[in-house]
Design a protein around this ligand. Structure first.
Ligand SMILES: NC(=O)c1ccc[n+]([C@@H]2O[C@H](COP(=O)([O-])OP(=O)(O)OC[C@H]3O[C@@H](n4cnc5c(N)ncnc54)[C@H](O)[C@@H]3O)[C@@H](O)[C@H]2O)c1
Length: 283
């Protein structure tokens, strides 16, 4: 049954911060729209530099949400963000971390020849920023007891996808930070999980060389096909809601079943077809 356009009120009365909506394709953009549908209110945030090329103002207008720009690698800006958020509304019930950038990946530097300044920047933007955000939230007394934090990850944390390169390291660190904070936040009933999402055609996604091949490969393997951004948003909403109040420290695959597959008929037939053979029929 399709989700009704006015939702189910799963997040009624909850207030949060959503980091990382750049344009309509962004996972965070879809998450914000789904949160609004489920009756949440939220503050939107992105790096100050995105004022020049992003379209966050449009989302803010559409959802009636304030924007507080902050670079997620800058502790002072994150402190100021949480200070402003709490002085307006008190501590937040949820935080969504949907931030990533592979600097060497963007500049086509192979894993064997990384620029290590860029590599550290990649780890800071894509992983340590989660630590910075949670730490700032704790310092500013901005995280409500019983709240929920979700970060977006990718299966490149567990398996090698050659073109994902340094981002695999960043996602492994991100998921480790989820576990480390999960233990520490548990005593206050605050949950933290990562959602490992299918390849999705967004600005960050399409910035990876070979993205189309990764997308098609996953699409051929996953029994349900690739999960799109809207379904990712619906899943994230459940993790922000009280229905998942005992789920924490998990990396949850939202990938149409990709992560459990080995090989599929579709993939075998396509490969043998491409190689000009007919052996696929015997498998
Ligand atoms: N698109 C995919 O295929 C895919 C798959 C799995 C996981 N993810 C993850 O989902 C998350 C969101 O990415 P997306 O695909 O929606 O792409 P996106 O480009 O729309 O979002 C990435 C966001 O990170 C923000 N950002 C970069 N540097 C920042 C900084 N210093 N401070 C604050 N924000 C900063 C960008 O401005 C952008 O809004 C990322 O963590 C990404 O790795 C994406």
């Amino acid at each position: 049954m399709p989700i009704p356009s006015d939702g189910h009120g799963l997040l009624a009365g909850k207030h949060g911060v959503i980091f990382g909506a750049l344009d309509e394709r962004s996972l965070a953009w879809q998450i914000a729209e789904a949160c609004q549908r489920e009756d949440a209110t939220f503050v939107l945030s992105n790096a100050p530099v995105t004022r020049r090329f992003g379209s966050l103002e449009g989302l803010a207008e559409k959802t009636g949400s304030p924007i507080i720009y902050a670079d997620a690698t800058n502790d002072g800006e994150l402190d100021a963000l949480f200070d402003e958020v709490t002085s307006e509304r008190g501590p937040v019930d949820f935080v969504v971390h949907s931030i990533g950038m592979g600097v060497n990946v963007r500049k086509d530097r192979p894993y064997e020849d990384l620029n290590h300044d860029w590599y550290l920047k990649t780890l800071d933007i894509s992983a340590a920023s989660l630590h910075r955000i949670v730490q700032a939230g704790l310092k500013q007394d901005a995280l409500a007891d019983g709240g929920s934090i979700v970060a977006l990850s990718y299966i490149g944390a567990q398996r090698i996808f050659s073109k994902y390169s340094e981002m695999g390291d960043a996602k492994a660190l991100l998921e480790s930070i989820v576990r480390a904070f999960g233990y520490r936040l548990g005593k206050r009933g605050i949950r933290i999980n990562s959602v490992s999402q299918s390849p999705t055609r967004t600005s960050a996604g399409s910035g990876i060389t070979g993205f189309d091949a990764m997308f098609d490969f996953a699409e051929m393997l996953a029994p349900l096909g690739n999960a799109d951004a809207a379904s990712c948003a619906d899943f994230v909403v459940t993790l922000l809601s009280d229905y998942t109040r005992m789920v924490t420290m998990q990396n949850l695959y939202h990938d149409g079943g990709f992560s459990t597959m080995g090989v599929s008929d579709h993939l075998v037939e396509t490969l043998f077809g491409a190689l000009g053979g007919d052996k696929g029929k015997d498998v």
